[in-house]
Structures are given as structure tokens and as C-alpha cells.
Design a protein around this ligand. Structure first.
Ligand code: ZN
Length: 285
């Protein structure tokens, strides 16, 4: 239901091997490899099916036009600006990290003198700047909608509400999961899948009870929507107009690969009392 690389343990055998392979290749693998997801997996020590925690993502970036790399390690992000040097007229221009500046200059002067170049250091201009690294991330825009559709199908299967799949809403969600946005037409009125994840606001109660890196899936009390929170941060939702039943929740602990199924009310009640007994500091840790 939630990919193994994300620490999801709830599985269903309602899909054939071909469909499972397609879900894995087209939805789970690209999601698991997104930098932000990889960063969360690394930071929280979420192991994949081979029991490996991914390394911190390393991404090419630019800093004031210079090429650089950012390593998103769990303690802090490391910025590495690649050294540059050029000679323009009688000026040597170079950029290195401040702590390497003296060493770099000494070595450079020594090398120039060894090459019998006449070098006089007449003036020195130091240009320091606050490094602001920029990098871009691209992904296929329908991936999140497909992930939501796939999770919805998995939940439908695990509830044995399989006749739902043959409703207009179910057929739409299945086509979206298997074929992507190009394969589906207009959504029927009782089915909708949000396309992009929404980052929970700090004041949102869900953001306070679903502590990272936990995942939570729940069918609300009126059965109107299926809400999915990944890593205690990103919310996705499918609107189902009561067709899957109501008041059910699944709480995933990705570090131990455990999943707890309970009624929506009971699970929320327990999470809220857990939060208040441990205090806000523990809940945020
Ligand atoms: Zn199939």
C-alpha cells in the first residue's frame, strides 16, 4: 500500500504480478528516489527492503554563479563550492572556501615561482559572500496523484470493499494509478484525487499528532475522503463519497515496519493522549 522503501508494511494480494510490477516501477521507485523523500528516509533511518538506509542525497547546485554541491546530511547540510581559478591580465582570480584561502595562495605562488615566473604580490582583494545555494528538482507532475490512487486501491483491497473498484469512482482511480493522468478523462463527481502533496501547517492537529517519520492513512468519520500523511509532513487526499466505508485508520512506523489498524476515533484519541503525556518537545523530536 505504501512502498517498502518508505517503510510501509501493509500489503495486499489483490493485484496481479503485472500490476504490482507497474506500481513499483512507475510509482514507488520514483517517489522513493525524490530528493526530499530520500532526505527524509536518510534522516529518519528508514530502511529499504534490503535493510539499507539511503545515503544523504547530494545535489548539484549553484552559488552566485559558481558550481557547487549540497550534501543533505542529517546533522546539517554541507555546501561544497568547487574551486575555480583564472588569470586575467596580471590578476589571478580564484575562489575557494575561506579556510583554504591561505593554503591555496601559498601553493599557487610557490608553483608560479618554480615555473620561473616573476611574481609580485601587489594587492589583494577579498570578496566574501553569504553562500545561498540554488538547485532545482524536477518530477513528473502526475506522480503524486498516481501514488494517492495506488494507496486508495490498496486500502480498498485491504477493506475487502472490492466491488468499489467496479464503481465509476473505482474505475477512475484504477486508471489513474495504472496509466497516469493521460489515461483518464474527467473525474466522476464522487471521486477526486489531489494532484500535489500539501505540507501540513504547524497549527494543523494532524501535523502535531503524526510525528515524523510516521505515515497515517485514514478514512474520515463520514467516509467522504481518504487522507494520507507521509512522514508526518505531506498530505494527499482522495474524495470517495462514502464508498469505502468510514472511521478506519492505519498508522505506520517506518523504522520498525509496523502498522497498526484501528478505528479513526480510537487511533486519534491515543495519538493525542500520547502527545499530551510526552509533551510538545517529545512530539516534535
Ligand atoms: Zn493486474
Amino acid at each position: 500500500v505504501i512502498g517498502a522503501a518508505l517503510g510501509g508494511a501493509l500489503t495486499t494480494d489483490a493485484f496481479c504480478g503485472k500490476c504490482n510490477e507497474l506500481f513499483g516501477k512507475e510509482i514507488d521507485a520514483p517517489i522513493a528516489q525524490l530528493r526530499w523523500i530520500q532526505e527524509l528516509r536518510h534522516r529518519h533511518g528508514v530502511r529499504d527492503r534490503y535493510r539499507r538506509v539511503p545515503p544523504p542525497p547530494r545535489v548539484a547546485a549553484t552559488v552566485g554563479g559558481r558550481s557547487a554541491a549540497v550534501t543533505m546530511a542529517s546533522e546539517r547540510w554541507e555546501l561544497e563550492i568547487f574551486p575555480t581559478e583564472e588569470v586575467v591580465g596580471n590578476t589571478l582570480r580564484f575562489s575557494v572556501a575561506p579556510e583554504r584561502e591561505e593554503e591555496f595562495l601559498a601553493k599557487k605562488l610557490k608553483r608560479l615561482k618554480r615555473d620561473h615566473r616573476k611574481v609580485d604580490l601587489t594587492s589583494r582583494v577579498v570578496d566574501r559572500f553569504e553562500p545561498v545555494a540554488e538547485f532545482t528538482e524536477t518530477w513528473r507532475v502526475d506522480m503524486w496523484a498516481r501514488l494517492t490512487a495506488k494507496i486508495t486501491l490498496g486500502i480498498a483491497a485491504s477493506l475487502s470493499a472490492w466491488d468499489w473498484r467496479h464503481s465509476d469512482a473505482g474505475q477512475y482511480v484504477a486508471a489513474l494509478a495504472l496509466g497516469g493522468a493521460e489515461a483518464v478523462g474527467e473525474a466522476p463527481p464522487d471521486a477526486g484525487v489531489t494532484g500535489m502533496p500539501r505540507v501540513l501547517e504547524a497549527g494543523d492537529l494532524t501535523a502535531r499528532v503524526v510525528v515524523p517519520p510516521r505515515h497515517l492513512i485514514w478514512l474520515d468519520e463520514r467516509g467522504e475522503y481518504l487522507a494520507i500523511v507521509l512522514f508526518g509532513q505531506f498530505q494527499l487526499a482522495a474524495h470517495l463519497a462514502g464508498r469505502l466505508g468510514s472511521n478506519r485508520a492505519w498508522l505506520f512506523e517506518p523504522r520498525t515496519r509496523s502498522v497498526e489498524t484501528a478505528s479513526f476515533g480510537a487511533l486519534f484519541g491515543r495519538l493525542i493522549s500520547e502527545m499530551t503525556s510526552e509533551g510538545p518537545t517529545a512530539a516534535e523530536a
